[in-house]
Ligand binder design. Sequence first.
Ligand code: ASP
Length: 342
Amino acid sequence: MLDRRKFIATSVFSSAGILLSKKILAKPHVVAVKNKPVVISTWNNGLEANKAAWKILAAGGRALDAVEAGVMVTESSQDCCVGLGANPDRDGFVTLDASIMDEHFNCGSVAFLERIKHPISVARRVMEKTPHVMLVGIGAQEFAVAEGFPLEPQKLSPEAQKAYDEWLKKSEYKPPAINVENNGEHGPFAPSRFDDGTWNHDTIGMVAMDANGNLSGSCTTSGAGFKMRGRVGDSPIIGAGLYVDNEVGACTSTGQGEDVIRVAGSHSVVEMMRQGLSPEKACKKIIERIIRIKGEKAKEIQVAFLALNKNGEVGAYAIHGGFSFALRDNKNEKLISAKSFD
Ligand code: ASP
């Protein structure tokens, strides 16, 4: 039998619950979507990835299927920074992180996954076939194999082997967060700047809205080249590298993962959009927050956010120039240079 205190607590809770549930269940005002379907993804690899996503979106398919198929293109390419062709960690192993999220707050991710070609599809299986959100390391690999994903050979791509051999000559471990006084040299962390000022990067993030107005997102990466073994970045962390709220918008990120995690980056951008900011302004606000936190050290890192709102509007913002994103909708197929703080 309930004692008096418990009874009062229970009855207060349940009557408040009834009141609350009416408020909570009320749907927000939904604006007429001006631009659908639409897909956006990070960096120039996004152009090819968007093509695969667009095939699904244009045929009336689901955004979730589009964002998975889209980034699989980048995961497959051996000459890219994403997937098994990418640079290894400092011990010589390629370790992959990925996440996916749909329009119902379902989400799945894998981290520190080795020898599996399509981490994004394993992330989707985690979402759809387990009661969990995240699997890591050997457990993620065992799950993938049990799900029928082939275990690929433990072998670096020729490009990655070359880069690793070069890196081994000095074996310097100088992430900017640890060594900011690095005399202008960039450490192993990504994205690092090439001599011509463009950025090297290791991630594709993609967000899309389908013809039904539903949003989904995906993010997949090899993380930072020559990273410490076991290091996991923002990409597989729901709320950091990716977030989708079907009532508001979706966001993904690229750049120095540690600094995205610190501010729950993608979730924060979505919250800014909930407060009425455009995708670009929302991304800018969180980039400014990172710059405020990092101070002078912000010079050493690149972070970029890419967002899509429920209205089909897109926007991005980065700390430094050089970040671009690919857009595909009914009118456009193009690469757009994002605005940046400097
Ligand atoms: N965000 C990725 C990470 O920190 C790297 C990148 O975007 O290049 O793992």
